[in-house]
Ligand binder design. Structure first.
Ligand code: 5GP
Ligand code: ZN
Length: 112
């Protein structure tokens, strides 16, 4: 856990969030600044800042997140389809240095 990390604070319950799913490895919360009708973030419970610092365990949790999302589509409101995004580093405008997967859906998304 990192003192000044927003997502670590959310995991510790120091910052409130709307949580849709949580287990030992990760949680899925509503993004505070939604970029689509449904915008969630899946946050690893370990503080790993970047993809290039990913451990084997971290990598397996990312896989588990994707599998879990597919099983929770109804509950998350994304059963008509969704987009998963990881912003990595400066050029991708990563603002929180704690690995997370954006989950976008709930409407027809624009192509990119
Ligand atoms: P990034 O830009 O690093 O890929 O994504 C960080 C995301 O975290 C942004 O979409 C931002 O809106 C979200 N975020 C930042 N602070 C908070 C917060 O305190 N609570 C929640 N729920 N989301 C946050
Ligand atoms: Zn953190």
């Amino acid at each position: 856990m990192e003192e000044n990390c927003v997502f670590c604070k959310i995991i510790k319950g120091e910052i409130p969030s709307t949580t849709l799913y949580s287990d030992d490895d990760f949680m899925i919360i509503k993004d505070i600044n939604p970029q689509a009708k449904i915008h969630l973030v899946a946050i690893l419970k370990n503080h790993i800042p970047h993809i290039d610092m990913l451990t084997e365990k971290g990598a397996s949790i990312l896989g588990k997140i994707m599998s879990k999302i597919s099983h929770l589509q109804e509950k998350l409101g994304i059963s008509e389809g969704y987009r998963l995004i990881i912003n990595q580093g400066k050029n991708a405008n990563q603002t929180v240095q704690h690995i997370h997967i954006h989950i976008l859906g709930g409407e027809k998304l624009k192509d990119f």
